[in-house]
Design a binder for this molecule. Structure first.
Ligand SMILES: [Zn+2]
Length: 197
């Protein structure tokens, strides 16, 4: 939505890793194995992939979705941006409660063909859910299981939560209530981007 409205390229570690997996690179296959078991890919690998992406796509603005996720990642990103002489305008923090996360994940479906995601609620399906774009099968993502969710929440509290203070100190943190519908959240994000531009 950000790319469509503002023409700014957006990426996430997940998107970069899925691309690596599709291309069948050794890194892509290895990291797919890790994430499938609920593990996290190392900061070093994530940061290298982000810097490669930035070099290719980031010369006229960029948005990272779900990055940085840890303080070491944030510190590496600061170093990368200094090298690229690009200041970070905004760190947008989406406040989302654990119950909202649980509800969203349990209703999420992803196309095995093209990666399109939807929810069981927003689409009405026959017995076999089919992707509206490529006719691929829509399935629950394997990393959406409850045990994996608990592990991710614990990791979030330990490793990601401290980033709020990190960016607050730099003066770039803006908080948004993420427990609302997509359009309300996007409206707030769009306003922040317009103000920063
Ligand atoms: Zn599809």
């Amino acid at each position: 939505m950000i790319t469509r409205q503002f023409g700014i390229p957006v990426t996430s570690p997940g998107a970069i890793l899925r691309r690596e997996k599709e291309l069948g690179t050794p890194l892509g296959l290895e990291t797919a194995e890790t994430t499938q078991h609920g593990g996290l890919v190392s900061d070093k690998i994530i940061v290298e992939l982000i810097e490669d992406w930035l070099r290719l796509h980031g010369s006229h603005g960029f948005v990272f979705d779900g990055f940085p996720r840890t303080t070491p990642q944030a510190e590496s990103l600061r170093g990368i941006l200094v090298r690229h002489r690009t200041p970070l305008d905004l760190a947008i923090w989406l406040d989302v409660s654990e119950s909202t996360v649980g509800e969203r994940i349990s209703s999420r479906l992803q196309c095995q063909g093209c990666g399109f995601t939807t929810t069981t609620a927003s689409a009405v399906f026959a017995e076999r859910p089919i992707c509206p774009y490529c006719d691929g099968p829509l399935v629950r993502r394997t990393d959406d299981d409850a045990a994996v969710l608990q592990k991710r929440l614990a990791e979030f509290n330990a490793k990601t939560q401290p980033l709020a203070a990190f960016y607050e100190k730099l003066g770039t943190l803006r908080r948004i209530d993420g427990n609302r519908d997509r359009d309300a959240v996007f409206g707030d994000i769009a306003r922040l981007i317009e103000q920063a531009a």
